[in-house]
Design a protein. Structure first.
Length: 370
C-alpha cells in the first residue's frame, strides 16, 4: 500500500491554489460580489500576513539559537542569514504599499465602513513580531482610548479574540530576541577577559578608560581642526563646548548610572562597541555580521512604519483610523518611538577609526584555533 506522501504531487495541490484563491471574499460569500478595489485591499493584506508569518519564523529561530549557554561563532552565520532574510521580507512589505496606493480615495471610501471597528493594529502576527523582537509593553502607544494595547485586540463584544490569544501565547513564549542578545553580549570576552573572570570588573573598567582616552584625544584633534577652520573666537568657543559635551555623553554612555543598569549595562554596551571596533579579528567577524543584520532589520522596521504612514495619508489623508486611532499621527508616532536596539544605534556615535582605537592586550585570543 502506497503512503500518502508517495502520491504524485501537482503544483496546485502542493501550494493549495484552490484554497488560497477562495479567501478574498471578505465578508461576502463570493468575491464576485466585490469591486476590484475591495479585492485588492483584501489580497494585499493577506500577502502581508504571509510575509509576517515568515518573518516571525526567522526571528524565533534566531532567538532560539541564542538561548544556548554558549553560542558557537560558526552558528552565528545562520542567525545572520535569518535576519538578512527578515530584512528582505520587510523591504518587500514596504514596497507593497505602492500597490495599495493604486486604490483611489473615493473607491476606498465605498467599502471602508465595512472595516469598522477593525484595524490593521489587530494583526496578531505583527504584534507577535514586535514582542519577539523585544518591544516592551510599557513602550506601546495606545491605539485609541484603551488602557492597554491588548484591549484593542479583543472582539467587539469584549470577549477574547483569536488575535488576543496569539499575542498572549507570544507573551508567554519568552525570552525576547533582545533579551538573549543582551545575555550573549554580556558573556562576550572583552580584551580577552571572560565575563566571569575574577578580575573582569577591573579589566572592563581599564578597557573603558583606555577607550575614553582614545576618544578624548580624537575629539580634541577634531576640535582643534574645526576651530582653525572657523576663523573667529566665538565659533571656536562654541565648538569647544560642543566637543566637550560629546565627551561627557560618551562617558555617561559607557559608565551608565545604576538606574540605567550600572555595570551590567556597561558591559553589554562595551561588548557591542568592542565587536564593531575590532571586527577584523577572525572570531569577531560573525558577531559583527550579526549585529549589522540586527540594526539593518530595525532600520527596515522603521522604514516600513514610515512608508505605511505615507501610504495611509495618500489614500485617506488624516482621517481617524477605522479602529479609533489617530490614523497617520498614530503611525508616525510608532515609527518614531518603537525603537528596541537603541544602544546598538548609539555606538555609531562613539566608534573610532581603526588607527585611533586602543591597542588590545591579547589580539591573538580572537584568532582561529586549531
Amino acid at each position: 500500500m502506497k503512503s500518502k506522501s508517495a502520491k504524485p504531487t501537482t503544483y496546485w495541490d502542493y501550494i493549495r491554489i484552490d484554497d488560497l484563491l477562495s479567501l478574498q471574499s471578505g465578508l461576502e460569500e463570493d468575491d464576485s460580489e466585490l469591486t476590484n478595489e475591495e479585492v485588492l485591499f483584501i489580497t494585499v493584506h493577506q500577502v502581508y500576513e504571509l510575509w509576517f508569518k515568515l518573518t516571525h519564523r526567522e526571528l524565533r529561530a534566531a532567538r532560539d539559537l541564542f538561548t544556548a549557554e554558549r553560542v558557537a561563532e560558526q552558528e552565528l552565520s545562520g542567525a545572520a542569514r535569518g535576519l538578512k532574510r527578515a530584512v528582505t521580507l520587510f523591504r518587500q512589505l514596504a514596497s507593497q504599499f505602492e500597490v495599495m496606493e493604486t486604490l483611489p480615495t473615493r473607491e476606498y471610501l465605498e467599502f471602508r465602513t465595512k472595516l469598522m471597528p477593525a484595524s490593521g493594529f489587530q494583526s496578531a502576527q505583527m504584534r507577535r513580531i514586535e514582542i519577539l523582537f523585544g518591544l516592551e509593553e510599557e513602550d506601546r502607544i495606545p491605539l485609541g482610548f484603551e488602557g492597554s494595547y491588548k484591549e484593542a485586540l479583543k472582539s467587539s463584544d469584549g470577549s477574547p479574540s483569536p488575535a488576543l490569544k496569539q499575542v498572549e501565547e507570544q507573551l508567554a513564549d519568552m525570552p525576547t530576541l533582545k533579551t538573549v542578545v543582551d545575555e550573549w553580549l554580556y558573556r562576550t570576552p572583552i580584551d580577552s577577559v571572560a565575563f566571569d573572570a575574577p578580575d573582569a570588573p577591573e579589566k572592563l573598567n581599564e578597557f573603558i578608560e583606555r577607550f575614553l582616552q582614545s576618544t578624548s584625544d580624537e575629539l580634541d584633534a577634531n576640535c582643534r581642526y574645526a576651530a582653525a577652520c572657523a576663523g573667529n573666537t566665538d565659533d571656536s568657543q562654541r565648538l569647544e563646548k560642543v566637543y566637550a559635551k560629546e565627551k561627557e555623553n560618551i562617558r555617561a554612555f559607557l559608565q551608565p548610572s545604576e538606574k540605567e543598569g550600572g555595570a551590567r549595562t556597561a558591559r553589554i554596551r562595551t561588548a557591542m562597541l568592542f565587536i564593531v571596533t575590532y571586527r577584523e579579528l577572525p572570531l569577531l567577524a560573525w558577531p559583527r555580521e550579526f549585529l549589522d543584520a540586527l540594526i539593518e532589520l530595525e532600520q527596515v522596521f522603521v522604514i516600513f512604519r514610515q512608508r505605511h504612514a505615507r501610504m495611509v495619508e495618500r489614500v485617506i489623508g488624516r482621517r481617524a483610523g477605522t479602529g479609533g486611532s489617530a490614523g497617520v499621527d498614530y503611525l508616525d508616532e510608532t515609527a518614531l518611538k518603537y525603537r528596541i536596539f537603541r544602544d546598538l544605534w548609539a555606538i555609531r556615535t562613539i566608534q573610532l577609526k581603526s588607527s585611533a582605537s586602543p591597542k588590545l592586550t591579547d589580539p591573538e585570543f580572537y584568532g582561529f584555533r586549531a
